[in-house]
Structure formats: structure tokens, C-alpha cells
Design a protein around this ligand. Sequence first.
Ligand code: ACO
Length: 356
Amino acid sequence: MGGNCQILLINVILYTKLFGDCFVKRNYGVQFLGIGSALPSKVVKNADLEKLFDTNDEWIYSRTGIRERRVVDKDESGLSLALEASKQALENSKLNPEDIDLIIVCTATPDMLYPSLSCMLQGELGASKAVSFDLSAACSGFIFGLVTASQYIYSGAFKNVLVVGVDVHSRFLDWSERSVSILFGDGAGAMVLSSCDVNNDELLGFVIKSESDKKLDLTLTNNNVHFADLSKNIEANFVKMNGKAIYQFAVDVVPSVVNELLEKTSMKSFDVDYFVPHQANKRIIDMAAKKLGFEESKVVSNIDKVGNTSAASIPLAIHHAILNKQIKFPCTMVLVGFGAGLTWGSALVKLNLKSV
Ligand code: ACO
């Protein structure tokens, strides 16, 4: 009896040490097979915003690091962006749409409340064997999506999973107001994950967190008809943000969650090849990199060209860096996201994409 208990305890300790704090038996590992991204065609430069309200390129660039962003035109949508990014990721993975078992679309700005963007995407792709759902974690969406996908792969439930981060915030911005609309851009990024031998797992660790934004510092409402008050005018749904509070939240949680992940995976920042933070503000990115000890050459950023693309931001930044030949494979990357909810999280991944 005592001997059996001891063996059980040793097993628990071993699993905990190897696989994190959850007692989950892994049957498979996760391998990253492909990546893709898409941006709308319309470029909106800071100078274009000067025509809408009292602002200027110097103010926007010095406070945020953003020079321009892309916004959807009438013939574009979250679906068209997600479709383009997914097609690239599938081609890159050398998989067909019918090979995909699960599609997770991470978005806070779906084209419709239902049908979900993921089901629409499944149909457009012709991923006839997949099951699809949307995941809502705002700008942390892609990290939460990767972690969710990995659990299905670890358990053996699904083999090939498409994870898409896509947001079209331009439809939810008050374009007469300068404090929030300067920050966001539209875009999509996609990755294909597949199962592999448990010893070749490329998701080396993760930490995800959330808490209630009780003060409602970052909101996007979903106001509509209220039966109790049918005579009332419907208020438009716009992103509202207490910029200073969210800035403080980001500078607190980004270094702390990355440090927790590094400790959990017994890594130091100098062991990691690239740091890929959510592209919300260049000042937050620079401060986090400095606090964590990532040299400038390791920091992946495209915020100057795309702004804050929310759930698309991390895969979009990785894909652009690969296309710009900034990434050498194989490599390790720390990804970190934060956003509304409040939500935040970080993942340590190994990337060895063969052809992009
Ligand atoms: N152009 C010119 N002036 C402006 C603009 C603008 N676009 N916006 C604000 N100002 C003015 C203000 O009116 C204010 O003027 P005053 O001093 O005369 O009152 C002054 O500039 C300073 O404004 P602040 O709001 O204090 O500017 P701050 O330095 O805080 O920067 C910013 C604002 C860039 C929004 C910053 O707070 C920030 O980056 N916050 C974090 C944003 C973020 O990361 N969001 C993540 C969202 S993720 C998600 O999940 C959706």
C-alpha cells in the first residue's frame, strides 16, 4: 500500500515537472506545420487621420509606434481575411482542407453573432470533415486558441487543427474620436498545428490568465433592441478604453506572465531566439523587452505598418518577420498577448517551418 502510494506520488511529481501544473497525460506532441496572413488593401496613414480629427503623425508615432494601418473596404470582411490567411497556412503545411479536423477562429469582432466566423470559414475552405468554433479572448485570442488547439492534439482527439486570429475593429471604432481609433487596424493570421511524437512537442510551455475588468476599462458593447424600451434610440457599438489603465495593466502583466513561463520551462530570456509580443503599442513592447532582457534584434514587431490587429497581431507579426527574412529556423519564440476581458497569456514555442 505504502509502496504503491510512493510510486503514484513520484509519477505525479514527474508529470507535473514535465508537463506543467495540470495532471494531463499527453499521448501526442504538437508540431507547427504552416503559417499565413492577410491584410485588407486600404492603407490609412496617420496623415489621413488628420482629416478626420485634430491629431498628427508625430503625436501618434511617438505615443504608439504606429505609422499606418489597414482597414477593410466594402467588399472585404473578417471572413475574406480569415480565408486568405487560412489558404496560405494550408498551402504552407502541404495539407488539404479535408485534412483539417478542427478550426478555431479567435475573434472579438465576428462579421455576425451567428453563424460563427469559423463555420463560415469551414464552408468557404471546403473543410468538410472539420468541426469549428469561435473563441473570444480579444487581443489574447491567438494565445488562447493555440493552447486550446494543443489540448485536443495532446489528448489524441484531433490530428490537424487550423487556428486563425482575425479582427476587424475598423467597424467598431468611433472615427470622429481621436483617442482610440488611431490604434487599431484590421487583419488575419493563421497557423496549422498537427500531432507528432510526444517527444517532439513544439509547444514547450504556456501560461494563460484572466480576471474580470470590473471597472470596464476596455469594452466593446453589443447594444441592440431592448423589448423593455423600444422607443429608445440604439446606441452605436464602439470600442471604449481607459488608455492609461490598460497601459498600466499591460506593463504589469506582460513581464510577469513571461517570467512565470520562463521559470516554468526552466528557460532564461537569453536562451530564447525571438520575443513576439502583442502589437498594441511600441512603448509597451520596448518596456517589456527591456524588463525581460530581450535584445532589440530578438524583438519581432510590425506595429508601424499594421497597428493593433488584436487577435491577428501575433501570427501576423511572425509571418511578416518570416517573409522579411528576419527569422532563422529552427528557433524558439516567446509569444505574449494581453487584452480585454481582462485576458493575458504567454507561450514558448519551437518553430521549424520548412517552406513559407
Ligand atoms: N492626437 C493628438 N492628441 C491626442 C490624441 C491624438 N490621437 N489622443 C489623445 N490626445 C491628447 C489628449 O487629449 C491629451 O491632451 P490634454 O493633455 O490636453 O488633455 C493628451 O493627448 C494626452 O492624452 P493621454 O490619453 O493621456 O495619452 P497617453 O500618453 O496615455 O497615450 C494611448 C494614449 C496611446 C492610448 C496610451 O494610453 C496607450 O497606449 N494605452 C494602451 C492601449 C492598449 O494597449 N490597448 C490595448 C487594447 S488590446 C484589446 O484587447 C482590444
